[in-house]
Design a protein around this ligand. Structure first.
Ligand SMILES: [Zn+2]
Length: 491
C-alpha cells in the first residue's frame, strides 16, 4: 500500500495549528508519552490517553515509519499536589497499606500492563522508570545549575523560572505569561525555600521520614517529578525528537517545565510536535474517586459496577473511545457504550461477510480507490479516527449491498477492499476480532437463560431450585445480583 507518500498533519499544541509532519530523521520517528504514576489502578481517563497514542503509534508504523516509542513509569518523585509539596504518592500508599513502596509500584505496574493489554495497545519500544534513571537526573541538574538556571537552598535545587524567562519563553506551550502568573499567585511568605512561587524543584532534600531517597551532591533526597521525563526522553530519543504526548492536564506545569529544563541544559528546543489527548467524563461529570463518579476498566469488563447495565468487552470500549477525536472531550455512558457495541458488531460482521461474498465482472456503485484514499485522508487529518470509522461504514454498507445482490464487485476490487478494511480495522484502529467475544456472547446467553429459569422457580416458590441455580453459578465464579431492574450477573 502506498503509505509514505501520505501527507500527515498533526495538531501541534505548541503552535495551536495543524502542521505537516516531517520527522527529524527520514523514515524514523521518536515519540515520548508520559506514562502513569503507579500508585493506584489505572484510571479510565488515562486509558483513553494511552489508547489515543496507541492509535498514533500504529498509524505511524502503518505509514512505514520506524518508530521508537518511549513511555515511562513514574515510580518515585510524584508528590500529591503535582507541585513541590505533599507526600510522595507511592510512599503514601505504601504507608497506608503497610507495604514497601516497590510493592505498590509492582502491583500497579502489573495492573497497568494487564489493562492496556486488554485494550490491545501495543507495548512501547522502551518503558523506563524514574528510579532507574536517578543518575541521569542528577547529571542534568548539575548542568542546569552550572548554566545558572537553578539554585540550591538547604539541600534542595530549584529551577529559576524568572532567570530562564529573561532569555527564553516560559509559558509558550500553555500560552501563559510569567508576569501574569506572578500577579495571580498568592503564596504566603516563608512557606517555601523558593525564591519565586513559579520556581519548581529539580531535587528535593528528603525529610527524615521520607523512605524513597538517593544520595546526591546536595543532599539525600529525590528528583522533582518533571525532571524524569526530560532525563528519559533525551536519553533514549536525543536532545531533540519528533513527538511528545500526554494528557491535556499535563500541559501545565509538567510539559512546560520539561521544555524549560531541556532548553536550559541542552540549549535546544526538545520537541517538534506536542500532542495532548483530551479527557473522559462519566455521565457528563468529571470522573473522581471522591464523588463516586468513577469506574475502573476491570469493572466495565466484568459488569461488576453500579453504573452500567451490562458488561462491555475491551474491544467495544476501545471502539467507543476511537469514535471520538482524541482532542475532543468524550462522555462515557451506558447508552453511548451500548450504541458502540452495536456498531462494533456490525463492523465485525461485515469483515466476516467479505470472506463469503463472491465477485463479478465489474464493480458497481463504489469507487474503491477513492474510498481507500478517503480512509488515509481521515487519518492524515490529525488522526481523525471518527471520520475514518464513518468511511469504514461506507464500505460496510457496500458489502451488505453486494451480499443482498444490489451491487457487484470485481475480484481485484474485492481483494483490495478486504485488505484495506483489515488494515484499518485491525492494524490502525487496533480492534480485535477474537473467538473469545463470540464465546462470551454464548456464555451470556446461557446465564440469561438460567436467570429466567431461576425467576420462574421463584414465581412458583420453588426456592430450592432458585437457590441451587444461584449457588452453582457462584461456584463457577458467576455472581447474580438482584436489583430493581431485574437480575444482572458478573463473571
Ligand atoms: Zn512526563
Amino acid at each position: 500500500m502506498a503509505t509514505q507518500q501520505q501527507v500527515l498533519k498533526i495538531y501541534n499544541s505548541l503552535s495551536g495549528k495543524k502542521e505537516t509532519f516531517a520527522p527529524i530523521h527520514q523514515n524514523h520517528v521518536g515519540m515520548y508519552v508520559c506514562g502513569p504514576t503507579v500508585y493506584s489502578n489505572v484510571h479510565l481517563g488515562n486509558c483513553r490517553t494511552f489508547i489515543s497514542f496507541d492509535l498514533v503509534y500504529r498509524y505511524l508504523k502503518f505509514l512505514g515509519y520506524k518508530v521508537r516509542y518511549v513511555r515511562n513509569i513514574t515510580d518515585a518523585g510524584h508528590l500529591e499536589n503535582d507541585a513541590d509539596s505533599g507526600e510522595d504518592r507511592i510512599a503514601k500508599k505504601a504507608r497506608l497499606e503497610a507495604i514497601e513502596p516497590m510493592e505498590v509500584v509492582q502491583r500497579y505496574t502489573v495492573d497497568f500492563h494487564q489493562t492496556l493489554r486488554a485494550f490491545n495497545t501495543l507495548p512501547p519500544s522502551i518503558e523506563p522508570t524514574a528510579t532507574g534513571h536517578i543518575v541521569e537526573q542528577i547529571e542534568i541538574i548539575k548542568q542546569i545549575v552550572d548554566k545558572g538556571f537553578a539554585y540550591e537552598v538547604n539541600g534542595s535545587i530549584y529551577f529559576d523560572v524568572s532567570t530562564f524567562n529573561k532569555t527564553h519563553d516560559y509559558g509558550k506551550l500553555s500560552g501563559r505569561k510569567l508576569e501574569d502568573m506572578i500577579h495571580n499567585t498568592r503564596e504566603l511568605e516563608g512557606q517555601s525555600d523558593k525564591k519565586n512561587p513559579q520556581d519548581f524543584a529539580l531535587w528535593k532534600k528528603a525529610e527524615p521520614q521520607h523512605i524513597m531517597r538517593w544520595p546526591s551532591p546536595w543532599s539525600d533526597g529525590f528528583p522533582g517529578w518533571h525532571l524524569e521525563c526530560t532525563a528519559m526522553s533525551t536519553k533514549y530519543l536525543g536532545d531533540q525528537f519528533d513527538i511528545h504526548g500526554g494528557g491535556m492536564d499535563l500541559k501545565f506545569p509538567h510539559h512546560e517545565c520539561e521544555i524549560a529544563q531541556s532548553e536550559a541544559f541542552s540549549g535546544q528546543t526538545p520537541v517538534n510536535y506536542w500532542m495532548h489527548a483530551n479527557m473522559l467524563t462519566l455521565n457528563g461529570q468529571k470522573m473522581a474517586k471522591s464523588t463516586g463518579n468513577n469506574i475502573l476498566p476491570n469493572e466495565i469488563f466484568s459488569g461488576n459496577n453500579e453504573i452500567l447495565s451490562q458488561a462491555f468487552e475491551p474491544a467495544v470500549v476501545r471502539f467507543f473511545m476511537l469514535q471520538a477525536h482524541y482532542r475532543s472531550i468524550l462522555d462515557f455512558s451506558n447508552d453511548a457504550l451500548a450504541a458502540s457495541e452495536k456498531g462494533y458488531r456490525k463492523l465485525m460482521e461485515a469483515l466476516k461477510a467479505c470472506d463469503s461474498i463472491s465477485s463479478s465482472d465489474k464493480t458497481t456503485n463504489f469507487d474503491i480507490d477513492a474510498w481507500k484514499q478517503s480512509c488515509f485522508d481521515a487519518m492524515n487529518d490529525d488522526f481523525n479516527s471518527p471520520i475514518l470509522i464513518a468511511k469504514l461504514f461506507d464500505a460496510v454498507k457496500f458489502v451488505y449491498l453486494i451480499r443482498d445482490g444490489k451491487a457487484t464487485v470485481s475480484e481485484k476490487d474485492l481483494k483490495s477492499l478486504t485488505a484495506c478494511l483489515h488494515n484499518f480495522v485491525f492494524d490502525v484502529l487496533g480492534l480485535e476480532s477474537t473467538q473469545k467475544s463470540s464465546n462470551d456472547q454464548t456464555l451470556s446467553g446461557v446465564v440469561s437463560m438460567l436467570i429466567s429459569l431461576r425467576n420462574e422457580a421463584r414465581d412458583r416458590k420453588d426456592f430450592a431450585t432458585s437457590d441451587r441455580i444461584r449457588d452453582e453459578l457462584a461456584a463457577l465464579g458467576i455472581a447474580l445480583k438482584d436489583g430493581k431492574e431485574g437480575t444482572t450477573f458478573s463473571i
